[in-house]
Design a protein around this ligand. Structure first.
Ligand code: MG
Length: 290
């Protein structure tokens, strides 16, 4: 099932997407439930009834979880080729431990930097002009838990979406903790849809990113160094995961910092991230106050 959070006639809705039919059918949710976006459905025994479908062309898509309840968990350097390209970039404060991490690198992004499909990625030249894109598969946790075993981990996954883990590379390098460089306002485009776990085989799903139509990243989610069960087991060992938590699983090679000279994002650039079975997340870059 493919799900969307969207604005229609001045109101936030959550609905089931029929891409072939070009429609979305809204769930029957209270207004306060709908504010949570797709997170309002997580953990329900049965999904609510849906109303009359409306054309997708008449709605404005939002991030599936417009404001996650907690920081977004993220995994760094989780594809081999990207681990090597980033390690030699000069901005990797973890490089002393080797290009490929022995244990998952876990950091987070604040919920307030989430924006939806079509929203601007705002570049503030007073803060950073070394802005990079990172195409990532994100996991939505359904059933929470602590001490989740790798064997049981997939039972805790509710669905998947796309995240662009936009990063200010200079800030990431300057501060050994990555949060500031990863959490700048608008630096977490998410969407366009959430698909439920049964919908895609994440052991073999293409992940791609284009900037202004130029293919930069072209990989497969099956190539993660630390797979989703390992990531969930690692985080939940001592941190209780909750329904609606989001985990971004890392980006493949081809980010801007991997090029010589680096290909940073500029105002006017258009970034598209595609994951097979989920969709295409499109955002444009804009200079702050321009
Ligand atoms: Mg990342």
């Amino acid at each position: 099932m493919k799900l969307a959070t969207y604005q229609h006639k001045g109101k936030r809705n959550v609905g089931v997407v029929d891409e072939a039919g070009g429609t979305v059918a809204p769930f029957d949710l209270r207004e306060d439930q709908a504010q949570l976006g797709v997170a309002s459905l997580v953990g329900l025994d049965a999904l609510p009834a849906t109303g009359l479908p409306v054309p997708l062309s008449e709605v404005s898509l939002e991030a599936p979880l417009p404001r996650p309840a907690r920081n977004i968990f993220c995994v760094g350097k989780n594809y081999f080729e990207h681990a090597h390209e980033f390690s030699k970039s000069g901005f990797d404060s973890s490089a002393a431990k080797g290009a490929v991490p022995q244990d998952p690198i876990i950091f987070s992004k604040v919920p307030d930097c989430v924006v939806g499909p079509g929203a601007d990625i705002v570049i503030d030249p007073d803060v950073s002009e070394a802005i990079d894109y990172e195409a990532e598969l994100a996991v939505i946790i359904g059933k929470g838990g602590r001490g989740i075993s790798p064997e049981a981990a997939m039972d805790h996954v509710w669905g998947y979406t796309i995240i662009n883990d936009v990063t200010a590379r200079d800030l990431q390098g300057r501060y050994s903790q990555w949060l500031v460089g990863k959490s700048q306002d608008t630096f977490c485009p998410m969407g366009p849809y959430v698909v439920t776990r049964d919908e895609i085989d994440i052991s073999d799903t293409p992940i791609r990113c284009w900037v202004n139509g130029d293919l930069r990243q072209d990989s497969n989610t099956g190539l993660l160094i630390f797979d989703i069960p390992t990531i969930i087991a690692t985080i939940s060992a001592g941190v209780t995961l909750k329904p609606g938590d989001v985990i971004a699983t890392g980006t493949p090679a081809g980010v801007g910092i991997g090029f010589e000279p680096p290909k940073y994002l500029r105002p006017g650039d258009a970034v598209e991230v595609e994951i097979g079975g989920i969709g295409v997340l499109k955002n444009s870059c804009k200079r702050r106050n321009s």
